[in-house]
Design a protein around this ligand. Structure first.
Ligand code: GUN
Ligand code: FE
Length: 437
């Protein structure tokens, strides 16, 4: 058997981000080599740069993989997605509350069955990887057994994943409710077992304020204090009826955001999906806490929830990253998610540049999840979770990308016309993992 070196040089176009390109594509926010090298040793990035400058100094022996003019990028990071809603995607439902009651809760009830949970977790992770997403922050259901299955399947695949059992003790069907005490106990035991277990992390996950009692939110806040490195994950200000309901349920709170703040649930590594209907004061307050928003354009459009205000978030210094929110969201593809995000910005007379869209699907997610030392970019020492995108994956893309010249134009084509067909390969810790390999 031929000796196989544990070091591999990947040659192709290479793009990664160092910071937020912002509205004007700050030139020092990214690095791009049209003929680049990504050198991977033992599952980690050893070097990144220009092929011509670095190839003479490659180690010997060294595997070399030629990707032609395909684009190497850090794996996509999806900071808000529901694994039990894989079977809900593209269900009807006029708006959030109606969709939850008629489609989502019935689908989630099936996760009392751990065999079902394991099968769905496996399909879900196949789907993420086929779409180039190597890390996600994942909601489970109320069932402890279901999220344990998810963690185990993710661990078997050596993926960096964040997940949590959903806390919900009211305003939901009988068999989808826990109790404040029971949810706290389960969460504590799950944190002890899974947080920082290999590449896994735990997120304390109250579904949203309407389905948790004040006692339950208080217990979530206590857990957050007790475990400062654990993440927090929930929904905020998605839909106007939801917001009115929160006002009724928590009459003493100044706003929806204030509910979470009062219970100690705003801090670094806390992610709130949607954040559509916030005022400037709440955006600033949220930004100051270190919490971040997940911008879920396909879901916000599909459920008619509203348009995420990028400019207002920037003005407040509120950090955000792109997320799919499957199954309210309509695609596992971060490329399609970027495309819808781009259109949302257009509807508000704002701008989401292609470069910034790719930032929001990679490094931005790592940053809001507190994982930027490990994933989301190609600095030496980071984990080699990366993808190879084919800018000519379809006849139309091939035709259009033969005409395009600049990097921004190429990225715009990929995000507007692309989907999982463009993801030629997904690598986890330097190993190619996609189904069709
Ligand atoms: N708010 C509370 N639960 C959910 C959910 O499952 N999906 C979405 N989009 N919003 C929610
Ligand atoms: Fe969601």
């Amino acid at each position: 058997m031929a000796h196989r070196a544990d070091v591999t040089a990947h040659r192709g176009a290479v793009l990664h981000f160092r910071s937020d390109p912002g509205e004007h594509d700050a030139p020092d926010s990214y690095e791009y080599w049209e003929d680049g090298l990504l050198l991977v040793r033992d599952g980690k990035v050893e070097k990144v740069g220009d092929w011509a400058a670095l190839s003479a100094g490659l180690p010997d022996p060294c595997n070399v993989v030629m990707h032609g003019c395909k684009l190497l990028l850090p794996g996509f990071i999806d900071p808000h997605i529901h694994f039990p809603q894989t079977d809900v995607i593209a269900s009807g439902g006029h708006n959030l509350l109606d969709w939850l009651e008629h489609y989502t809760f019935p689908a989630e009830q099936r996760f009392a069955d751990t065999t079902h949970a394991r099968e769905v977790a496996s399909f879900f992770l196949d789907e993420l990887l086929a779409n180039g997403t190597t890390t996600a922050q994942v909601l489970g259901t109320v069932h402890r057994g279901a999220i344990e299955e998810f963690f185990q399947v993710a661990k078997d695949r050596r993926l960096r994943m964040i997940a949590g059992k959903v806390l919900m003790d009211r305003n939901s069907p009988d068999d989808l409710r826990d109790t404040a005490a029971g949810g706290e106990l389960d969460t504590r035991e799950l944190i002890e077992k899974w947080h920082d277990n290999d590449r896994l992390h735990y997120a304390i996950t109250p579904r949203f304020a309407p389905t948790s009692s004040a006692d339950q939110l208080a217990s979530a806040g206590r857990l957050a204090q007790e475990y400062p490195t654990v993440l927090i994950h929930s929904h905020l200000a998605e839909n106007r009826d939801e917001i009115a309901w929160v006002r009724e349920l928590f009459p003493d709170s100044q706003s929806y955001l204030d509910v979470y703040d009062r219970f100690g649930l705003l801090r670094e590594r806390a992610t709130y999906a949607h954040c559509l209907h916030l005022d400037a004061q709440d955006r600033r307050r949220m930004a100051a806490s270190g919490a971040a928003a997940a911008f879920c354009p396909t879901s916000n459009l599909y459920l008619g929830s509203g348009l995420f205000d990028i400019a207002a978030s920037d003005a407040a210094g509120l950090r955000f990253a792109l997320a799919t929110d499957v199954g309210g969201g309509t695609s596992f593809s971060m490329l399609k998610t970027m495309s819808e995000g781009y259109k949302v910005a257009q509807m508000l007379g704002q701008r989401l540049s292609p470069l910034r869209a790719f930032y929001l699907a990679t490094l931005a997610g790592a940053r809001i999840l507190g994982l930027q030392d490990r994933i989301g970019h190609f600095a030496p020492g980071t984990e080699a979770d990366f993808i190879v995108l084919d800018p000519a994956a379809t006849p139309l893309l091939a035709r259009r990308s033969a005409q395009a010249l600049t990097l921004s134009e190429r990225l715009l084509l990929l995000l507007v016309l692309g989907d999982d067909r463009c993801v030629s390969s997904t690598y986890v810790l330097g190993e190619r993992v996609t189904r069709n390999s």
